[in-house]
Ligand binder design. Structure first.
Ligand SMILES: [Zn+2]
Length: 396
């Protein structure tokens, strides 16, 4: 906050109070402009701190006309909210932060300020309950984002949803065409780390470039569990309920869900496996740890056979598995040596701070099992992303 201009630090704390007292449309317009200039100031402040998300934020040189139009809409929405006497029921908060935008996307949702705590907004990495979590409070960092945020808040106050597509859901993204991986970063302000992040997943792991040496074994403790198979429109995912933990780096991570990609997203020496299973774990303080189990053609896999037996057919279809049918040990290969590195979610919002472990030995899956998945999702793999010099541990 120390870098926020004096005018902003004087104005912003009073915003909520003014709203309660019935702020005029003109004052709202002035505030929106103020917020955008604060954001620009913050952007400048961060450029020296290697905060790529802030320094490279689209420099929408505050086109006066666009701002005026948006502000008028915003003012109308807020005025209606005031008229409807809704303001007393909800607070409008502007958050100025000196962290890069959206990197800590989950910080507001789960109460932690770490970049690793970001899973709540992601599509297929969260716990079953995460989808019901309230929308997080994004940091105000660039003018566009701050205006969008204020508009969304205003819309929420008046009972109108903003930023959703025609289906009333999340912004549509896909694996090809205009909403494919190359465009993810532009589809929504919250997705911009997909385009400008420096620790993105997946990556190609070049054996020769890794840090060879000793490393602790992964301590899996998986027990028979229950689950729900979900077709979320991007993959087949199993939300897991049971006692399934992974201990690594002195931390216990609980298994939330696992899901599949075809072909594998990660490459080892430029080679993809036929498929990969991502086992998504989360620690009590919000850090995500994903174990990637590569799947190559061979014998049929028992666990996948169970999941495919209850395969949901349509997007948003959910099927509950019979009690205690899930045994994750059936998916793990015998040799559990691994590559380890810091990366991101591989789907929007591409949040970074995720601890990745890619098992070197693949598990087997039959060709029929691969074919069945491919009939639903012929290609749901994000292309590999630049390593940008990040260390990759080669756990011997
Ligand atoms: Zn995945």
């Amino acid at each position: 906050m120390k870098n926020v201009p004096r005018s902003a630090s004087m104005v912003l704390p009073h915003l909520t109070t003014w709203l309660r007292e019935g702020l005029s449309v003109c004052m709202i317009a002035a505030l929106a402009l103020c917020a955008s200039s604060v954001s620009r100031a913050a952007t400048v402040d961060h450029s020296a701190e290697a905060a790529p998300a802030a320094s490279k934020a689209p420099a929408k040189s505050a086109s006066a006309a666009a701002t005026t139009t948006e502000t008028q809409t915003l003012g109308t929405d807020l005025k209606k909210a005031l008229k409807d006497n809704l303001i007393d029921k909800k607070n409008l908060k502007l958050v100025i932060t000196d962290k890069p935008p959206f990197k800590p996307a989950g910080s507001a949702a789960d109460g932690h300020g770490t970049a690793a705590a970001a899973p709540a907004a992601m599509d297929h990495a969260p716990a079953p309950a995460a989808k019901k979590a309230p929308a997080h409070t994004p940091a105000v960092v660039n003018p566009r984002a701050s205006r969008d945020y204020i508009k969304a808040k205003a819309a929420a106050l008046t009972g109108h949803e903003a930023g959703t597509d025609a289906h009333g859901g999340e912004v549509h993204w896909s694996y090809e065409g205009e909403t494919g991986p190359q465009a993810w970063g532009k589809l929504k302000p919250e997705f911009n780390v997909c385009a400008i992040g420096k620790r993105q997943s997946p990556i190609n792991i070049e054996d020769s470039g890794t840090l060879h040496g000793p490393a602790e074994p992964l301590m899996f403790n998986y027990t028979p569990s229950n689950g729900v198979v979900v077709n979320n429109g991007h993959t087949i995912q199993v939300d897991v309920q049971g006692e399934n933990t992974l201990r690594v780096r002195g931390t216990v991570y609980k298994l939330l869900q696992f899901h599949f990609h075809a072909p594998s997203e990660e490459q080892i020496n430029y080679r993809n496996a036929a498929m990969v299973a991502h086992l998504v774990h989360k620690s009590s303080d919000g850090q995500l740890a994903v174990v990637a189990v590569l799947l190559d053609p061979g014998a049929a896999n028992a666990l996948i056979n169970k999941v495919w037996t209850y395969m949901p057919l349509d997007a948003n279809d959910r099927v509950r598995l019979p009690l205690d049918i899930l045994d994750m040990n059936e998916l793990l290969p015998k040799d559990q040596r691994y590559f380890q590195f810091m990366g991101s979610l591989t789907t929007p919002p591409c949040t970074e701070g995720v601890l990745w472990m890619v098992l070197k030995q693949s598990s087997q899956i039959s060709k029929d099992q691969i074919r069945l998945f491919q009939q639903l999702y012929p290609n749901n793999a994000r292309p590999v992303q630049p390593v940008n010099g990040r260390p990759v541990r080669n756990a011997q």
